[in-house]
Design a protein around this ligand. Structure first.
Ligand SMILES: [Ca+2]
Ligand SMILES: [Ca+2]
Ligand SMILES: [Ca+2]
Ligand SMILES: [Ca+2]
Length: 996
């Protein structure tokens, strides 16, 4: 370890140790160059008025003062006035065959005047307490004086080199009132054991009361290498020895915990607390380096774990020096300082004690570079404090460095400022305020924190009064500057006051909110003049940091709300939904369809007295309306003569008035667009909330709801409701048919469904119900369904159950292309066994379901998942054979059917009007194919009668078997298809007839 630099202590003057100072000139004749020195300096701004203490006398042959580092420790005796100075590298020579050097260290005690008084036993005693006749195994290398101090009775020294660097503390005690004051008792720890070597006890040491015992002294010494982590040992004085009672271990290996120490009562509980430095502590991740541990005394005991740990910056050496610096701010709690000499130019941190110990943050940080004309390096290498050097009753701090300089930090007077801040009158009537109507009065006085009543210096405070600041526009102004803020200076030594006047700005809209006045005060600090003499710090006081420097008070406007100047409002609202023309929806239910683009919320707000409730002005009355997700705010209609403003963001906020007057009514019409209403919407709800800063406790959200019934608008069109067709050729038996082209002329009806707006999705399915004339009244096929093709829905075919479509499983010939009559005609080959018919008299026939002139099938085609449009092509064939057989003489056969579009909805709130489309086919015989009169008419009549008879017999048999009854209980589709199955086909009739 290498110690350089200056160590210092107070002793009415400043004591400065300079361990690497040149030797005194009178020693040069002994060929001695460097011994170190102790200087004493008066408190002046002079640079060269320090004097050297004369400590080292002419060396004897057995001693070596060269390089002894005198001044490594300088200390002052409390209440005794003596001073102590040590050089721990002082060497005794063992002369003999081989000269041996024993670095035992040496200390000196001097009197109050820093001169030597041989009659004072304290001074005449020799302070070389290690026996140099033995080597380092005992105390031949003890390095006494690397630390040390004095009390009224004791002088004590740390000797870290004793017993192979176990180290110990040596103490000499004198009974000051005894006649034998020259005799001193000696105490030390002695050898503690083999396992305690190299732990450096005595590296730091101090002695004080109120540590482990209120009235007995306790020795506290640091052993910074104890268990590699360092420790602090607290010991009691016994008759002949120092007895360790408690060891507080360090936290981190290598941190040098205990290398410096301080004790003071930080929380003023009359027990001294312990401050321990660990300057080589580090935390790589947090960039921390150096630590100071605060152990709060708990009634004469300490915990192993620190109450507070303060950390420095990486590489700062924070905790290289710690010192109790007295009660710097004179608040009754002792304060302390920590040096961090390697942080920039070196820093000293000052913490204030308090009832709760100390805060995490320092109250002040002083940087070396900020001091003096050229600044400091390694500022804070050593620290001392606790004495008032300039006589202002505030203790000052001495800071050492390695730059041949020390700094005296002088404490400035701390002032407790008393303030009185009033604003009159408490209620202002704006109409009566012509010019000035408000008075602000600020009064100040002060006391010094140390209670010094003689201090009568003028101080200057800077005060700022803010009036009505937490608003968009202040409602009052100071007459002096027409502003709402006034800043002034006031100098005083005795209590002083200042008055300010204010007026009211314009017409006051908001009379309800109080006018808040705040007062901010600071000391108007003077800059220190260039230093010619040591300045008296009385001119540079500071305000006590514990005081809040802001005061607040408020007054009110007269509110026209009765004698109590409090406004109790009675705001009420009613709201309902209405159509665009303001007609309310009956029972608040809307039959919605996509043609309804807007709706209106009608809101009535009143402030009327009722049932003994007053309705005074509602100040800053607001209405807040939530916008339902299904609606979009469009605008608001307000009655003329009201200043109502609404704005809409997430909600609609309407400012109803400030105030919304007593006995006032208004109504609002909030217009919404219905763009968000979907088929899923069943209800629209909005919450309305009135608010006011007047007094009204029963303002709760009011819900308004509108039930929604959706009507789906659709169009259902049939491309060509009437189709002309024809029949011709000859009859082909059913069993002879292969493809649908054998049946007859093709027909195609194209139905289109359009749903504007959103698709139905899974809310429902569009259905087309058909009444299909499939057979003539005698049961023969009429319009034979071949195929139903769907576009725009999930299925591409409509296949109703029961084999309704293409019942005979014929091969589908042409798909959909409609052919001309001529082509259609030529497609049917004339069978050789064709029956030539003669039409003697031509009449029109109408075959229609409702008139029972045709048998009809009813079936449905669902349009699953259709989007906005779908197309259904119903393809069929005119049953050529039936027409040839039964209607050969017809002028025209008109066949009629129906299709109805309906909605099969899953939700009762969705509706749709059914649409029915009729379709018809005009079937004409092909002209120019007049049938030759070959078959006698009776044969035809007989054949027809036989066919009818046969049908009757078969039907009867089936009826007997209960076929129809059973069938009637079946599903509709199935029944229809059964009917189709039992139908007698013309070809069969013919065959049977022939066989008969
Ligand atoms: Ca305490
Ligand atoms: Ca204090
Ligand atoms: Ca002072
Ligand atoms: Ca009132």
């Amino acid at each position: 370890m290498k110690i350089k630099g200056l160590h210092c202590a107070f002793h009415f003057r400043l004591l400065v140790g300079a361990p690497q100072e040149k030797a005194q000139p009178n020693l040069s004749k002994f060929n001695i160059n460097e011994t170190g020195a102790v200087y004493y300096c008066p408190v002046t701004i002079e640079q060269d008025d320090c004097k050297r203490m004369d400590l080292i006398s002419a060396p004897q042959s057995t001693e070596m003062v060269e390089g002894m580092w005198l001044g490594v420790t300088v200390a002052s005796q409390r209440n005794g006035g003596r001073v102590l100075a040590c050089g721990h590298r002082y060497v005794k020579k063992l002369l003999g065959a081989e000269e041996q050097q024993r670095m035992v260290g040496k200390c000196y005690v001097r009197g109050n005047d820093l001169t030597y008084d041989p009659n004072d036993y304290w001074q005449s005693d020799t302070y070389e307490l290690c026996d140099f006749n033995y080597d380092q195994n005992l105390e031949g290398m003890c390095n006494m004086g690397i630390s040390g101090g004095m009390t009224e009775k004791d002088v004590y020294f740390g000797t870290p080199g004793s017993f192979v660097w176990q180290g110990t503390v040596h103490m000499k005690s004198r009974d000051t009132i005894s006649d034998f004051a020259g005799d001193a008792n000696e105490r030390s720890f002695g050898m503690l054991g083999e396992d305690r070597l190299n732990i450096y006890i005595g590296y730091s040491v101090l002695e004080d009361m109120k540590l482990l015992d209120r009235s007995e002294y306790t020795v506290v010494t640091g052993a910074p290498r104890d268990n590699f982590k360092g420790s602090v040992i607290l010991a009691e004085k016994q008759d002949l020895v120092l007895n360790p009672l408690m060891t507080i271990p360090g936290e981190q290996i290598g941190s040098y915990f205990g290398s410096c120490l301080a004790v003071t009562d930080l929380n003023n509980d009359d027990w001294n607390d312990l401050i321990v430095g660990a300057p080589f502590y580090f935390d790589r991740y947090k960039e921390e380096g150096g630590a100071v541990y605060i152990f709060m005394n708990e009634n004469g005991s300490f915990q192993d774990k620190a109450s507070v740990v303060l950390k420095g910056k990486k590489g700062s050496g924070f905790g290289f020096a710690v010192a109790a610096v007295g009660d710097v701010n004179q608040d009754g709690f002792q304060d302390f300082a920590v040096g961090a000499p390697f942080q920039d130019s070196g820093k000293v941190f000052i913490w204030m004690g308090s009832k709760n110990g100390i805060s995490k943050e320092p109250s002040q940080v002083i940087e070396g570079k900020s001091l003096g004309p050229s600044g400091f390096q390694t500022f804070g290498y050593s620290l001392n404090g606790g004495m008032d050097m300039d006589g202002n009753d505030y203790p000052d701090i001495l800071v050492g460095s390695m730059d041949d300089r020390i700094a005296l930090l002088r404490s400035r007077p701390v002032i407790h400022l008393s303030k009185n801040f009033t604003v009159e009158p408490k209620i202002v009537i704006p109409s009566q305020c012509v010019n000035s109507c408000i008075k602000v009065k600020v009064c100040f006085s002060y006391t010094l924190s140390n209670g010094n009543k003689a201090f009568k210096k003028d101080i200057t405070v800077k005060f700022t009064v803010d009036a009505d600041q937490n608003r968009r526009g202040a409602r009052v102004h100071f007459l002096d500057n027409k502003q709402s803020t006034f800043t002034g200076l006031l100098s005083f030594s005795a209590p002083a006051c200042q008055e300010l006047e204010l007026g009211v700005n314009g017409p006051v809209m908001d009379k309800l909110q109080p006018i808040v006045f705040t007062l901010n005060v600071s000391l108007n600090e003077q800059k220190a003049a260039a230093q010619q003499t040591l300045q008296n710090l009385d001119a540079f006081p500071v305000l006590s940091g514990q005081q809040t420097q802001t005061d607040k008070t408020e007054i009110n406007f007269h509110k026209e709300c009765g004698d109590d100047n409090r406004c109790s409002s009675n705001l009420q609202l009613k709201a309902m939904f209405a159509e665009e023309n303001y007609n309310p929806f009956p029972s608040q239910t809307m039959e919605f369809n996509s043609n309804i683009k807007k709706l209106v919320m009608m809101v009535d707000v009143t402030n009327m007295p009722d049932e003994g409730r007053q309705a005074e002005d509602a100040h800053q009355a607001e209405l807040n309306i939530t916008i339902p997700p299904t609606l979009k705010y469009s605008g608001v209609r307000t009655p003329p003569g009201f200043d109502i403003k609404c704005s809409a963001n997430d909600t609609i906020i309407c400012h109803l008035g400030n105030p919304f007057k007593s006995k006032q009514k208004t109504s609002l019409k909030i217009i919404f667009e219905t763009s968000g209403i979907t088929l899923y919407t069943e209800q629209i709800e909005s919450q309305l909330q009135l608010s006011t800063i007047s007094e009204q406790k029963d303002l709760y959200p009011v819900p308004v709801t509108l039930n929604v019934k959706n009507t789906v608008l659709t169009t259902f069109t049939l491309e060509k409701p009437v189709i002309d067709s024809s029949f011709s050729g000859s009859v082909i038996g059913e069993s002879a048919m292969n493809s649908t082209s054998d049946v007859g002329s093709p027909l195609e009806f194209v139905f289109r469904v359009k749903v504007p707006g959103e698709p139905l999705g899974n809310l429902g399915t569009m259905m087309i119900d058909f009444e299909w004339p499939f057979a003539v009244s005698n049961g023969k096929w009429l319009l034979y369904l071949t195929e139903i093709v769907i576009k725009g829905a999930t299925e591409s075919r409509c296949v109703p159950p029961g084999k309704i479509v293409n019942h005979l499983n014929l091969t589908l010939s042409d798909r959909g292309t409609k052919r001309s009559k001529r082509e259609a005609g030529s497609a049917y080959p004339h069978a050789e066994a064709s029956l030539k018919l003669l039409a003697p008299r031509k009449v029109p026939h109408l075959l229609e379901c409702s008139k029972q002139t045709a048998h009809c099938l009813t079936f449905s085609c669902p349009l699953h998942n259709m989007s906005n449009q779908a197309e259904v092509r119903v393809r069929s064939r005119v049953w050529n054979g039936t027409l040839l057989e039964d209607y050969a003489n017809a002028l025209r056969v008109e066949v009629k059917g129906k299709a109805t579009l309906r909605l099969q909805a899953d939700k009762p709130t969705i509706k749709m009007d059914n649409h029915t489309r009729e379709f018809s086919v005009n079937i004409d015989p092909v002209l120019g194919e007049e049938m030759p009169y070959e078959v006698p008419l009776w044969i035809i009549i007989v054949a027809a009668v036989a066919g009818i008879l046969l049908l009757g017999i078969i039907s009867l048999i089936l009826w007997k078997c209960g076929f129809f009854r059973r069938a009637s209980r079946r599903e509709m589709y199935e029944a229809k298809s059964q009917k189709a199955e039992i139908k007698i086909q013309p070809s069969e009739t013919e065959r049977l007839t022939e066989e008969n």
